[in-house]
Write a protein that binds this ligand. Sequence first.
Ligand code: TMP
Ligand code: ASP
Length: 237
Amino acid sequence: MTKDKLIYEGKAKKMWSVKEDDDLLIAEFKDSLTAFNGVKKAEESGKGALNNKISTEIFKLLEKHGIKTDLVKKIDDTNQVVKKCKIIPLEVVVRNIATGSLTKRLGIKDGTILPFTLVEFCYKNDELNDPILNDDHCLLLDAVKTKDELEVLKAEAKKINKILKDFFDKKDLKLVDFKVEFGKTKDGEIILADEISPDSCRFWDKNTNEKLDKDRFRQDLGNVKVAYEEVLRRILG
Ligand code: TMP
Ligand code: ASP
């Protein structure tokens, strides 16, 4: 599989067209770490390779449980082949424990176990700082075509949460919250896309509550790569 043209560069990935197949793309995972909508930036050598590996393992696990994803295969340390799809411009955030922007927005105490799985939508728009949306906003912005599509996103996000929460619990990690993105294939099927990694999830050690995710970078806690390596070690263990 050969990279052809760079068609998109985001904060954490480059997307390339593929010479041999117009229905595929290559996702290249970068070493850059960003937070607060790109205001805070750093390079962490090896982070791209770790996220490529972690996300591939998680997507394979989800596929095994019946979740449709864009993953075709990981081809080397930092690259994976994915099915081409049109990204739905929503960040679908799932929360089990209150922290981060939820505690800031609603004043809920950090660490509170939520009485039910909370699903939120944010508009994928850097200029607007990814604002939180309600269902009507999602329709107003044409992010999805119908209420049914929103219900599909919510249901898929909750299914993914159940699978991953159970999986990580066995690895002594609490899945605190995470963000996923979905895309539409040319046949109109909604599939999981982008990545699931310590960049896009919060993991707390089950016994110590140590943070093993990008909050180590956001909050200057140090040992960012060590934490990502620990998540990979537990996934494979
Ligand atoms: P938040 O508490 O900052 O809203 O984040 C909720 C979850 O979403 C957390 O696991 C981190 C993830 N996330 C992203 O993947 N990308 C983003 O741009 C933001 C703001 C959060
Ligand atoms: N993903 C956003 C950024 O890269 C925000 C974050 O994850 O904190 O800036």
